[in-house]
Design a protein around this ligand. Structure first.
Ligand SMILES: Cc1cc2nc3c(=O)[nH]c(=O)nc-3n(C[C@H](O)[C@H](O)[C@H](O)COP(=O)(O)OP(=O)(O)OC[C@H]3O[C@@H](n4cnc5c(N)ncnc54)[C@H](O)[C@@H]3O)c2cc1C
Ligand code: SF4
Length: 505
C-alpha cells in the first residue's frame, strides 16, 4: 500500500519496528525480507508515486518528476553529470534494465575486505531468487535495434567477446523511453516487483516523505525526522518516525549525505568517501545512408565484454555498451557546441552511439554544502582517463569494422577519426573537466562494507560500525566500483543484509 503525501493531513507521527529510507533496489529488497519475516516495516521515500499512466514520454515533464534535482546534478567541477532517480522504486524506474550478476572475480575482491557469505555459491542462490522476482531474461539477437547490432557486428568481426544483455522486462515493446519511465509496465522495476511484495507482506510505503535527520544518542538510533511534501513538492507537514532499527537505502549520493547531516559516529571517516561514479563516455560511429535511429527500440542491448576486468580480467577495465535515450537525453552525448552540435543532432538517425563504461579505480568524495545537500568532489584521475581513452579507441575500432565512415568521441571540441590509422588523433585529446562528456549512471561505495572499523564505514552485516541499530542497504555498500551495471549487485547485497536483519530480529 502506497500512501501519497497529498493524502496526509497534519504532521505525520509514526512508530515501527523497522524503518527503511529509500524504495530503490536496496530499500525495497530489505523491506520485503523484513516484512516477510513478520516485522512491522515502514518505507519512507522522498520521491512521488508515478504509475505507468502518468509516464507521459515527454522528457521536459518526466526528468523533473523522476530524477533527483531533475537530472541536473553534477560534480563540483561540472566535469561529470550525475543521474539518479527520485521516485517510488528509486533509480530502477529510470534505468535501462540491464542485469549483470556480480562477477565472481569481483565477489572475491569484495570478500577480501572481510565480508563473509559473499562467495559465488552463496550469491548464486540470491541471484536466482532475484532473477525470478524481476523476471530477467536474455535478449535475443533478433530483438536488438540497429544501434546495438552495429556494435555487435564490429565486435564479432574483430573476434572480441561480447553478448546481448539480460534484462528485467515483461512484454517490452521497444518504445525507447526507458530513461523517462516505462508507460507500459514492461520494465520490472522495484516499484513493480520487490515493493508490491513488501506490501503484500504488510509493509507500509509512504511516498513524498523526505528524511532530513536520523535521531541518535551517539550509540543508538531512536528514529528520524523529516518533512512531508505536497503536490507542489514543497514541505507541507512535519514527519517524525520512532523506530527500533533504521535501514538507510537512499543511494550512494544521498545515503552518505543523510548520515553526514545527522552527525553519526564514524571512526573510519569513510562515510562519503570512496565514491565511484563509473563514468560513461560516448563514442559515435557514422553510417551514412543507413537508418540507425538509435533513439528507438531496446536502448541498451549489447556490450563488448572483451576489455572488462570483472568479466575477462582485462587491464583496460571498460565495458563498451550500445546505448542511447530519447532525443533530449541523446543530445547530451552528441559532441560539439552551437552549429557543430546542431549538425550532429541532424545526423543522429545515421549515427550509432556507444557508452564506454569505465570501472574507475580512483574515487572521489562527498561533503555537505551549507544547506545540507551533497557537494560531489570527483575529477577523472589521469590513470582512469588513459583507460577511458583506450576503451574509446577499441569502440571506434568496432565501429570501423562494422563499416562506419567516421567516428567521434564526446569531446567538446569534436575529435573526428576517419579510419583506424587515425586513432592516434585521440592521443592528444583532453579528459580534463569540461573537455569531454562524462555521465554517471552508477554511483557506489560511499559507506563501504568490510571487517575493519578503522577502514570501513559499515560492518559485514551492513551496520554502521559506530551505532547499534543503524544499517545501510544500497549501492553505498560496494567496496569498489562494480565494472558491470550494478542493479543486480545492489539487490544482491541488500538481500544479504535483509536476511541477516530478519534472522537477528
Ligand atoms: C538512466 C539510468 C540508467 C541505468 N541503467 C541501469 C541498467 O540498465 N542496469 C543496471 O544495473 N543499473 C542501471 N542504473 C543504475 C541502477 O538503477 C542503480 O545502481 C540502482 O537503482 C541503485 O539502487 P539503490 O537502492 O542504491 O538506490 P536508488 O535506486 O537510487 O534508490 C534510492 C531512493 O532513496 C530515496 N531517498 C534518498 N534519500 C532519501 C531521504 N533522505 N528520504 C527519503 N528518501 C530518500 C531516493 O529518492 C531514491 O528513490 C541506471 C541508472 C540510471 C540513472
Ligand atoms: S523499451 Fe519501452 S516498453 Fe520496453 S521497457 Fe523501455 S520504456 Fe518500457
Amino acid at each position: 500500500m502506497i500512501i501519497r503525501g497529498s493524502s496526509v493531513s497534519g504532521d505525520l507521527k509514526l512508530r515501527t519496528q523497522d524503518l527503511v529510507i529509500g524504495s530503490g533496489p536496496g530499500g525495497s529488497t530489505v523491506a520485503m525480507l523484513l516484512a516477510k519475516a513478520g516485522r512491522q516495516v515502514i518505507v519512507l521515500e522522498e520521491g512521488s508515486f508515478v504509475p505507468a499512466e502518468e509516464m507521459t514520454q515527454r522528457e521536459g515533464q518526466m526528468m523533473g518528476r523522476l530524477f533527483s534535482e531533475g537530472g541536473t546534478r553534477t560534480t563540483e567541477d561540472k566535469g561529470v553529470t550525475i543521474l539518479h532517480g527520485q521516485v517510488i522504486g528509486g533509480t530502477s524506474v529510470v534505468n535501462h534494465l540491464i542485469c549483470f550478476r556480480t562477477p565472481d572475480r569481483l565477489l572475491e575482491l569484495w570478500a577480501a575486505e572481510g565480508i563473509d557469505d559473499l562467495d559465488p555459491a552463496a550469491m548464486k542462490l540470491r541471484f536466482d531468487r532475484i532473477w525470478e522476482i524481476l523476471n530477467v531474461a536474455r535478449i535475443d539477437e533478433s530483438q536488438l535495434n540497429r544501434n546495438n547490432t552495429l556494435l555487435m557486428d564490429g565486435a564479432k568481426k574483430l573476434g572480441w567477446k561480447g553478448h546481448p544483455f539480460d534484462r528485467n522486462a515483461n512484454s517490452c515493446l521497444g518504445s525507447g523511453f526507458c530513461t523517462i519511465g516505462c508507460a507500459y509496465n514492461a520494465k520490472q522495476s522495484a516499484a513493480l516487483t520487490m515493493l508490491p511484495l513488501a506490501g503484500q507482506y504488510g509493509a507500509r510505503v509512504h511516498a513524498d516523505c523526505r528524511v532530513t535527520r536520523i535521531l541518535h544518542d551517539g550509540s543508538r538510533v531512536t528514529g528520524v525526522e523529516g518533512v512531508v511534501l505536497g503536490a507542489d513538492r514543497r514541505p507541507k507537514a512535519k514527519l517524525f518516525v520512532e523506530a527500533d532499527r533504521v535501514i538507510v537505502a537512499g543511494g550512494a549520493i544521498l545515503t552518505p549525505t543523510l548520515l553526514l547531516r545527522s552527525g553519526v559516529p564514524d571512526e573510519s571517516k569513510m562515510i562519503g568517501q570512496n565514491l565511484y561514479l563509473h563514468p560513461g563516455s560516448p563514442v559515435i560511429g557514422h553510417f551514412p545512408g543507413m537508418n540507425v535511429d538509435p533513439t528507438v527500440g531496446i536502448l541498451q542491448g549489447y556490450g563488448i565484454s572483451e576489455f572488462s576486468w570483472p568479466l575477462n580480467g582485462h587491464p583496460i577495465d571498460v565495458l563498451p555498451e550500445g546505448v542511447s535515450g530519447p532525443p533530449g537525453v541523446a543530445s547530451v552525448v552528441v559532441p560539439g557546441l552551437g552549429a557543430a552540435h546542431r549538425d550532429g543532432m541532424r545526423q543522429i538517425n545515421e549515427a550509432a552511439i556507444a557508452g564506454v563504461l569505465l570501472r574507475d579505480h580512483h574515487p572521489g568524495h562527498i561533503e555537505l554544502r551549507d544547506d545540507g545537500r551533497p557537494l560531489v568532489h570527483y575529477t577523472l584521475h589521469p590513470e582512469d582517463a588513459e583507460r577511458m581513452r583506450e576503451g574509446s579507441k577499441k569502440t571506434i575500432e568496432a565501429y570501423f569494422a562494422a563499416g562506419a565512415s567516421r567516428c567521434m568521441t564526446g569531446h567538446t571540441v569534436p575529435t573526428e577519426v576517419r579510419s583506424v590509422t587515425e586513432l592516434n588523433r585521440l592521443d592528444s585529446a583532453s579528459y580534463a573537466p569540461g573537455s569531454i562528456a562524462l555521465i554517471s549512471y552508477h554511483q557506489m561505495g560511499t559507506a563501504r562494507m568490510g571487517g575493519d572499523a578503522k577502514k570501513h564505514a559499515t560492518n559485514p552485516d551492513g551496520r554502521l560500525w559506530g551505532l547499534k541499530n543503524l544499517y545501510v542497504a544500497d549501492a553505498s555498500l560496494f567496496p569498489t566500483a562494480s565494472g558491470v551495471n550494478p542493479q543486480i549487485s545492489v539487490y544482491g547485497m541488500a538481500m544479504r543484509v535483509g536476511e541477516r536483519l530478519a534472522a537477528s530480529s
